[in-house]
Write a protein that binds this ligand. Structure first.
Ligand SMILES: C[S@@+](CC[C@H](N)C(=O)[O-])C[C@H]1O[C@@H](n2cnc3c(N)ncnc32)[C@H](O)[C@@H]1O
Length: 257
């Protein structure tokens, strides 16, 4: 496993990133995502790449005991953590596995979904179009497919890029909507809605910037001191250090095939 893959699948780093994001952002991404996904009471929901449950937990509460939540992640530790939170809140089913095998992992069940979604995860698949295809096939006739993720430009990635190479997977994630997702959704659905939010990160001290950096998928320990010096100089010029950040949510309905 590469360092990038280790960071991308570590529940601990993910929790630290989610906390650091909450601290540095004005718009609460979780609330924005929840509104966009708009789960309804009794919905059957599939989530691919649930991580430690940023969306899973609030959605489970919204769909309630009459609904069902199937959530998959490659990290067994993350799936157990989410299971502990959502068991009893809804009919919950955690699945540990690689999303590239999504069809096999959920294939034996005849369960279909009102909502199938993935937040900040689908681009980790080797074959994301196949994963999107499986999610689409498992929708109920009026079901909705939603994908959320990062959008360029990304201030923190650009800060790190001044000092070291950025793993290909990061740039792939930033270009995923325009290079893969948009055409897939247009080819397979009658209605596609995309919303993009500008949600810059506001840092008030160098420690918070470095704490965020250490938990990114592009952290390079040998660049840490150099980046830290640069960030300290930035704080000598200003009290608040602001980095651009954008996210998108695309939801598709009216499946064509
Ligand atoms: C950035 S996190 C997002 C988690 C969560 N959806 C959120 O918004 O907080 C990406 C998640 O994708 C999972 N992941 C990465 N590669 C995967 C794969 N091939 N199959 C399934 N899950 C994977 C990671 O373990 C991680 O939990």
């Amino acid at each position: 496993m590469t360092d990038f893959q280790k960071m991308a699948t570590s529940g601990l780093s993910l929790d630290a990133r989610v906390d650091a994001n909450k601290k540095s952002q004005k718009i609460n991404f979780g609330d924005w995502a929840h509104n966009f996904l708009s789960p309804r009471l009794n919905d059957d929901v599939l989530e691919v790449g649930c991580g430690t449950g940023s969306q899973t937990i609030t959605i489970s509460r919204a769909i309630g005991k009459g609904g069902s939540m199937t959530f998959l992640d490659i990290s067994a530790e993350s799936v157990s953590k989410v299971e502990a939170e959502v068991m009893g809140v809804t009919r919950a089913k955690g699945v540990v596995g690689d999303m590239d095998s999504l069809s096999a992992l959920i294939g034996n069940s005849d369960q279909n979904y009102d909502l199938a979604f993935s937040a900040y995860a689908i681009y980790y698949a080797k074959f994301p179009k196949e994963v999107l295809q499986t999610m689409t096939q498992r929708l109920k006739p009026n079901g909705k497919l939603c994908i959320l993720g990062p959008e360029s430009p990304h201030g923190f990635v650009e800060l790190a890029r001044k000092f070291h190479a950025i793993p290909d997977g990061v740039d792939l994630s930033l270009n995923f909507r325009t290079s893969v997702l948009e055409s897939f959704l247009k080819e397979n659905f009658g209605v596609v809605q995309t919303s993009i939010i500008k949600n810059p990160q506001y840092f008030t001290n160098p420690e918070d910037v470095m704490n965020f950096y250490r938990n990114t998928t592009y952290f390079v320990s040998k660049s840490e001191i150099e980046i830290s010096r640069y960030v300290e100089l930035e704080f000598k010029k200003r009290d608040i250090y602001v980095l651009d950040k954008y996210s998108y949510a695309s939801c598709a309905t009216e499946r064509l095939y």
